[in-house]
Structure formats: C-alpha cells, structure tokens
Design a protein around this ligand. Structure first.
Ligand code: CTP
Ligand code: MG
Length: 224
C-alpha cells in the first residue's frame, strides 16, 4: 500500500531557544530537517508516494533547494501557527492509502520504527503510534509543589512519531474538530478512532530542549 509522510517542520523552537527555527538548526553539518527527511526514506520496505514537508513561510525556497536531491518526490508547503494547523495543511497534499506524520525534530528515528507503524496499519489498525514505557517515577503535584499522588506508570506510555493512519481515519479525525492537540492520535482519539501502540525507540527522541540538542550533536558526529 502506498504511503505519504507529512513532516511538520514549521515550529519556531521556543524551548530550544536558538535564533533559527528548530528544524533548520545545524547538526554536525546538516540541518535537523535534512537528517529527518533521510530517516523517513531509510526503509526499503515502505512504498513511499511522497513526503510533504511543512515549513515557515520564509523558508520554502531554501527547503526546496536543500531537499532537491531526494529520491522520493517532496512537496514543500507553508505551515500554520499551531502544529495541528501545519499537519492540516500537509494533509491536503497527502496521497496513498496510509499517511504517516513524523516530527521534523526526530532526526534519528530508526527505519524499524517506521516499519513497525506501517506493519500495524497493514494488519488493520487504523491509527498507530510508537510508544515507550516511562522509566521515571511520576508524581502529581499541586501549584505549591506539594506531592498529591504517585502515579502508576505501568499503564503509561511516552508517545513518539511517526504516527500512522489509514488516510480516511486521519482525514476523519481532522474533519471532526478545529481543536489543537500535541499529537495527531489525540485528534483521532477524540473522533472515536481506536489507536494502537507499537514499540517506539529511544533513538526516536524529539529535540526539544538545549540538552536534547547537545545529545543530538554528539550522536550526529558519530552517525555519518
Ligand atoms: N510544528 C509545526 N508547526 C507549528 C508548530 C510545530 O510544523 N506551528 C512542528 C515542529 O517544527 C516540530 C514538530 O511540530 O517538528 C513538533 O513540535 P515541537 O517539538 O513542539 O516544536 P516547536 O513547536 O518548534 O517547539 P516549541 O514548542 O518549543 O516552540
Ligand atoms: Mg511546539
């Protein structure tokens, strides 16, 4: 079954605090986005139709130039104020039976994670997310930093991307609401679509904070 991948890359990276929008920050000689677009194409077991890269308005031409050597067709389009707006813009360009949404900020995501997500779509799940067990102890606190409760972590998963959908399911989820969500499966859940969790991978971590960028730069040096 053919698959499109939407790569939302239109965020500013407020928590990272660099001068450049996060996806365009350098990691040992290549941007985070360029490395992520490579990762999206790293499996030869996925029939990729196209990659839809969603970027800030002023960076479309630069992105087209930087990604012009890609083997897979790439559409570069302009995103919106919230991640949900950017994915919605990408969705209008998606083709094929399956649509994956993969954060530009996860450049080291292994091919195996893409394959697990698509494998579960092929098995009939309409919405699939990769997730990891939570390792830290979790506590609920109040506004005065008082601990109210220790939460049972055994039933919790930290959810990553790529998140995969039968195309009609993602369209249904986005058509059902104008709300925003931190991930696409969140909208699917609200639309009553069952979401299935496959194993994620620590390498699929999202670059969010300055510490994550230090880690990513160390990994990138040993990666090429
Ligand atoms: N994203 C997007 N459009 C937005 C906001 C986010 O395409 N309006 C993308 C980001 O570029 C990133 C992914 O969604 O690849 C995950 O979002 P996040 O890690 O929150 O990135 P930012 O929103 O850029 O970071 P921050 O929240 O710290 O500002
Ligand atoms: Mg954000």
């Amino acid at each position: 079954m053919s698959t499109s991948v939407i790569v939302p890359a239109a965020g500013s990276g407020t928590r990272l605090g660099e001068n450049t929008p996060k996806a365009f920050v350098d990691l040992a000689g290549r941007t985070i986005l360029a490395r992520t677009v490579d990762a999206v194409q790293s499996s030869d077991r996925i029939d990729l139709d196209r990659i839809v890269v969603v970027v800030p308005d002023e960076l479309t031409e630069r992105t087209r130039a930087e990604l012009s050597g890609s083997a897979c067709p790439i559409d570069v389009i302009v995103g919106g104020a919230e991640r949900t707006d950017s994915v919605r813009a990408g969705l209008a360009r998606a083709t094929g039976e399956y649509v994956l949404v993969h954060d530009a900020a996860r450049p080291f995501t292994p091919a195996a994670v893409f394959e697990r997500v698509v494998g579960a779509l092929r098995a009939g799940h309409r919405a699939v997310v990769p997730g990891l067990p939570v390792v830290d102890t979790l506590k609920r606190v109040d506004g005065d930093r008082r601990v109210l409760q220790t939460v049972d972590r055994s039933v919790l998963r930290a959810i990553q991307t790529p998140q995969g959908f039968h195309a009609d399911a993602l369209a249904q989820a986005y058509a059902a609401t104008d709300d925003v969500a931190t991930d696409d499966a969140g909208l699917a859940e609200r639309a009553g679509i069952d979401v299935h969790v496959v194993d994620g991978d620590p390498d699929a971590f999202k670059i969010t904070t300055p510490w994550d960028l230090r880690l990513a730069r160390a990994i990138a040096k040993g990666w090429d």
